[in-house]
Structure formats: C-alpha cells, structure tokens
Design a protein around this ligand. Structure first.
Ligand code: ATP
Length: 276
C-alpha cells in the first residue's frame, strides 16, 4: 500500500466502544476508531487523560474494561507479542549488554527459548541482521559499546532498533523523544520518518509537543475530557475530541496547523502545555 493513498479498505485496527476504568475512575470512554495499515497516528492531550493507557491496551498489556480492539479483524492478543513493538521515553535497553547484543538478543531469544542463545550459523545471521539494523539507525560505529557509553539520542536509536528488529506491524512510541534536546529530536524525526517511509509500519506516538505531532503524523488525535463533574472527578473519562487527518506531504501537514481556526489551535496548544 502506498503511503500516498492510505487504504480505504477494511481497517487494520478497529477500536470499538472502548472504555478503561480503574475502580471508580473512568480514564477513557467510548473510543471508536478505525485505523488503516501504515497510518502514523500522533496522540496529544493533557497529562493523565489516558494516552499511555490507550497504548498499553494496543500493546495487549491491559484489557479494556468495556469494548474491544481488533487487529486484522481478530481481538488483539492478550499479551504483547512480536507484532507490536514499543519504545518508551526512558531508555529501555539492557545496560549489561553491548549495543549489538541488545538488538541481536531479540532475534535469539524467541528462536532458542530453551538454550537462551543461538549457536553457530544461526547466531552469526542474527548478529548480521542486528548489525544491519543498527547501521540503519546510525549506530553502525557503536556495535561494541555499552548503553552507558551512548548519548540519550543514541540510546533511543538503540531502543528503536531493538523494537524494529522484530519486524512489528505496529510501533508504539510513548514520548520517545521527550528527554532529548531539540536538535537531536529533529534528527530522530528524520530517522523515524525514513524508517516509516520504507515500511508498512503503523505507528502510534504519544507526544506533548504539538508541532512534533503535526510534523510526523498522518493523523493527529487529541485526547480530552469534555465532561467534568467537580463532585465526582472520576465519573467521566477522556475521549478523542479531535481526529485530524494530515496530508502525507509534511509541508501540507504544517499548512493544516495554520488553516485551523485560531480557537482550535489555541485550545490544542493549551492542552499540550498543560501536559508538560
Ligand atoms: N493501573 C492503573 N491503576 C489505576 N489507575 C491507573 C492505572 N494506570 C493509569 N491509571 C490512571 O489513569 C489515568 C491516565 O493515566 P495515563 O498514564 O494513561 O495518562 P497520560 O495521558 O499518558 O498521562 P501523561 O501525559 O502524564 O503521561 C491517570 O489518572 C492514572 O493515575
């Protein structure tokens, strides 16, 4: 499927009347979404309105209290599996493994569950595959280093390589660049778009940076709590109050921000700032 003509066929992911409640706190309510394969969804909204909760449900780490999420027409697996990769804001790499081993281990463990590590030719192939992926994310010169010897941006490149080596169909990113300097973030945007452009990867990315959301996304989703009862703060959950399709062309995405009514952009900016 070309990224230029996002599929209009059967949705890849269907979110049907999904709610998430913890005790008497409703965090999310009535989420209804259809997502085509290859879409790049950016998720913004005030702190605590359930964006990470939504990602955890997509990952299969949590089940919705009500409703269902379908992937290719079937209920999403109840546990994380190789079809979905995840990158968090804080580096989730293994500190005691080299850069190369951090990526190769993802290939080795599932293929050799008893031994833990592959041997001989299979091991060599896994390491070659890992090295190629690391080259792609710009870490080809750092294969023997350890995570503590890498900068923050390099560690996030490593985390992305670790997720992508498993060839997931869905990549979940929870504020992956939140801890990085602005210059490094720009490099990371370019890297992520390159990786996305050359794959059918469907991306969900939480960000507190609205311009990042508009720059990267083909679709921007705003989480907000439109109803609030001061006497029962947990009574109502957040919903997706804006679901804005963005053009493939990045410049057009920027134009979309400019063409929004000022009241909408002000509201979105307030939400994004409230989230910091
Ligand atoms: N396992 C849980 N048990 C109880 N409450 C939870 C649980 N997970 C999340 N919550 C609550 O759900 C709400 C939403 O949390 P979540 O982390 O999804 O928000 P968020 O939009 O990602 O926030 P932020 O932008 O600050 O990361 C919060 O009030 C949080 O305390």
């Amino acid at each position: 499927m070309s990224k230029q003509t996002m599929s209009t066929g059967k949705p890849f992911i269907q979110v049907k009347n999904v709610w998430q409640e913890y005790g008497d706190q409703t965090v999310l309510e009535r989420l209804d979404l259809n997502i085509a394969e290859g879409e790049f969804c950016t998720l913004v909204g005030a702190s605590g309105c359930g964006k990470s909760t939504f990602l955890r449900m997509l990952l299969g780490q949590e089940r919705p209290s009500r409703g269902e999420i379908l992937l290719d027409g079937s209920p999403i697996a109840a546990e994380p599996d190789a079809s979905r990769g995840v990158v968090f804001q804080r580096y989730s790499v293994f500190p005691h493994l080299s850069v190369l081993d951090n990526v190769a281990i993802g290939l080795e463990l599932p293929r050799a569950p008893l031994l833990g590590r592959l041997l001989g030719g299979a091991k060599r192939r896994a390491r070659e595959e890992a090295a190629t992926m690391l080259e792609k994310v710009g870490l080809g010169q750092s294969l023997k280093k350890y995570p503590e010897q890498l900068s923050g941006g390099m560690q996030q490149r490593l985390a992305i390589a670790q997720a992508l080596i498993m060839k997931p169909r869905v990549l979940l990113l929870d504020e992956p660049f939140g801890a990085l300097d602005p210059g490094i973030r720009k490099d990371m945007h370019a890297l992520l778009l390159d990786l996305w452009n050359e794959s059918r990867l469907t991306v969900f990315m939480v960000t507190h940076d609205l311009s990042e959301g508009f720059t990267l996304g083909t679709r921007l989703m705003v989480f907000d709590r439109p109803r609030m009862d001061p006497h029962a703060p947990g009574a109502y959950g957040a919903r997706i109050t804006y679901d804005i399709p963005l053009n493939e062309d990045r410049r057009a995405a920027r134009a979309a921000v400019e063409s929004l009514p000022a009241t909408v952009t002000d509201h979105l900016n307030n939400l994004a700032q409230g989230a910091r």
